[in-house]
Design a protein around this ligand. Sequence first.
Ligand SMILES: [Zn+2]
Length: 602
Amino acid sequence: MDTTHRYRISPQDPAAHLFEVRLTVASPDPEGQVFVMPAWIPGSYMIRDYARNVVAIRAESDGLDVPLTKLDKSSWRAAPVQKSLTLVAEIYAYDLSVRGAHLDKTHAYFNGPCVFFAVRGQEDLPCEVEIVPPAGEAASEWRVATSMRRKGADPYGFGTFEADDYAELIDHPVEAGHLTIGEFEVNGIPHAIAIRGKTRVDMGRLCNDLQTLCERHMALLGVPAGLDRYLFLVHAPGSGYGGLEHRWSSSLVCARDSLPARGDDSVGDAYRTFLGLASHEYFHSWNVKRMKPAAFTPYELSSESYTGLLWVFEGITSYYDDLALVRSGLITEQSYLELLGRTITRVLRGSGRLRQSVEESSFDAWTKFYKKDANAPNAIVSYYAKGSLIALALDLKLRTETEGRVSLDDVMKACWERWGDSGEGMPEDGFEVITAEVSGLDLDDFFDASVRGTGELPLETLLATHGIAYKLRPASGSTDKGGRKLDNSKQRSVWLGATLTATNGKSTFAAVMNGGPAELAGIAPGDEAVALDGLQLTAANADSRLKAYRDGDELELVVFRGDELLTTRIRLAAAPLDTCYLELIEDVELDVESRRMAWLHA
Ligand SMILES: [Zn+2]
């Protein structure tokens, strides 16, 4: 008997953003089949309860309606039936993020967890999906981009697709609409990029650059078993940024202007950001999509899955994403150092790094990192940013202390050998144990301080051993991301210890830093800025207004909290040295020079 689960998804009413999803189960549970929608999507560690978008649901068998009982927020049980059972649901899809599903008259995009029910107890059975085009002339030129295996469907056409099991079924996002498509090969493996949105991209250049980048990653860890195709799905609106990794593809959102235009062969800030994003998601093909924490093996998608290792899977990925750009020659050393300086700046600007370890940040991602409030800079640290700096520190430490014999590359290769294709998850102490094994070093103090503790990383010393000078300065203003040297005259001399944002014509205090002038003056997040020293204070003029003052100046500050006017005194303080930039040291010793070369040009 053919036990394949047969799904069919059709854009039932694009104007109302409704998909119809049908699922036929050949031999349902005789006790009554249970169907479940995931509560979260792998790679995005937040409970999203996708079942909340199910607006109608029914079941039928042998031409008759079958009663459905809702068991909890995400699952339903059908009454026992003798023959095959079909579930029919209408699902609302209007979330235009890489974690969602979105349907309108211009395109259809979905992630499996948003639209496909799991058949409880039969999750390991093969699945087929028929993806149906919308009715009407308008969609006649639509193409379908997905990494799901085609069963009869033409390349980029609608039709039937297949997956080995439910976990694979929901690991292939699908985009259908007007697409700009480019193709290239990496080690003989077909790769493609499909872009949605109006674009005049230089596709030839984009494919060349992505090929260079992907080859670099493959050279490090080798071709994962089963990686026989790869797809970058890109949505390029006017502005936006984000990505989500999958085993054979990734979904990226980037600003339209961050893609290279024809006739432009520079790598500006925006294109470098896009390449970094593509690099990040591609590296996840190894690190988190195949090699995973034990807590994700297998994914349990009905509730939170806790691990202290997200810093390994996101932080180390964030380290290799930009490092691969310089190692592959897509950006210069100077450009790479600017990116590192910016990451260091991001971490330095939050005192939360002194309160939360990256292990805690990983564990609590569900309720803290993914649910940031105005107090986040004071309370939490990013396992991405600090995790990538731990990777940097560890890499440089290994290189220095083993005299170039061992680097983080060797540790990652050993991890990949151990947990890459084995299907076993990395235990919570796995990364640390393997790092000690590979290097022969005692790294307990390092991991205690940097991963389990909140110690500052010894980056200044470690970078110096690689011929890089670590410099700190005050920020020039609220848009200064760091990474670059600036004249003293451009740096701010005092600060408020708070950030201001403008929304709907109102300037309000966003983050208020612990111990800073604004907090000491009694300012709270959400207060609306009115006046400083008798003149209007706005998000737009704050940087220039502050130039008139010096450390210790006491001024009147007026704000609205709700509809009540508050007048307070603020004592301005010297702007902190919270902005980092890195410089290549000229004329270094030969051994330092060769260490730097081995690191940046491996
Ligand atoms: Zn990531």
